[in-house]
Design a protein around this ligand. Sequence first.
Ligand code: SF4
Length: 486
Amino acid sequence: MCGVFGVWAPGEEVSKLTYFGLYSLQHRGQESAGIAVSNGRQILVYKDMGLVSQVFDETTLDSLQGHVAIGHSRYSTTGASTWQNAQPTFRPSSEGSIALGHNGNIVNTHELRDMVDRLPGPVDELDLHRGGAPVATNDTSLLTELLAHHPDCTIEERAVEVLPSVRGAFCLVWMDEDTLYAARDPQGIRPLVLGRLDRGWVVASEDAALATIGASVVREVEPGELIVINSDGLRSRRFAEPERKGCVFEYVYLARPDADIAGRGVHEARVEMGRQLAREFPVDADLVMPVPESGTPAATGYAEESGIPFGQGFVKNSYVGRTFIQPSQTLRQLGIRLKLNALEHMIRGKRIVVVDDSIVRGNTQRAQVRMLREAGALEVHVRISSPPVKWPCFYGIDFATRAELIANGLEVDEIASSIGADSLGYISLQGMVEATRQPMSSLCTACFTGTYPVELPDESLLGKHLLEVSLQSPTMGKALPVLNNP
Ligand code: SF4
């Protein structure tokens, strides 16, 4: 996932705009947060582990003065959740420096690493900085290194040269001392929008971030498009032909409900998925309830279509977010109990339909069904507004390995008994896609179908810890040093 934000706006408090933009993108990544800002002479980067509100305070933001800024909230998919891997990344360039934030996941990291190893200057520099120094092990640092190396051309020309070699999901925002850049992969897997302020421009992962800071939406950044914004205005170039394959899971769960992706409101799509689910898997029951918050729109749709009353059966503690402590399996299970409590007076003696957006490992749903039974539910019918997740995502979601996915190997009735439900119904692929109002051909549905729109390399060249593993095996190439700017 990850949230990215960029603003070019002379005369505005760009670091605070970035802070509020990131704040509204917090749902896309909670492990670390950072802001880079430039005053035209130098870039300053401030980043740390934790939520946006934990990392920044008024004093820090006041110290980040300039006319151009980018921000990032991280959810790790390549590279461990460490300070070294927090973004924006920073690198000196041939004529200054650059800072970069990335949402997505690159699938040819090994090729980028080879390209970095072939760079003449930075290789020496890498050697100089190795020797026990902490290193960045994310795909983003490789990209930053490649873009920062432009001895004979501009950063813009370098981007047009490098980006066609990058495969996978990437929404990038980056900056040098004067200019804001944004680019989106040719498949447009993750969302990225362009917005307008009275005195500048904004790019953000979701349009909700634009609304938060009072910017108007101009349009999506197109798949395969590079945008350059500086005192000469905004320039747009294509670095690759678009082959649209937007992530369908953005509609199901990832994006904020108030987002609009490719012209379709996410909330409306989720409500429609719930209605479709009710048509596909009706059941006699007394109450339809969501797993808050992500299941709420689909539960509303299910209740509307079925005529069964809607109500809240779980209370969610909003102050227990996903913390920056790594969510191990044990913590995930504990997190369920921390986050949700059953409302016994709503549940006791009733036949319940509980609606959620997806099932990954099944542990969450097992704990919820148990909780509902302990609260006195007569029957528990689970309805899921996405099809069974059978394949891992390599484009920015760290679901699980294939072996950990409960739908890989178990049929629906077996999953129902594994989680302890009286019945289980998953929306059909067709039904989910129709609710997005996008043609099936322009969506990625790989985690449901196993058809990956961007070719994957051999399994041994994939994985969250690919670059950490390669650190222990020098023949795999070099790790990148972390450079702290002044
Ligand atoms: S594999 Fe699934 S989660 Fe990943 S980009 Fe495709 S649809 Fe989205």
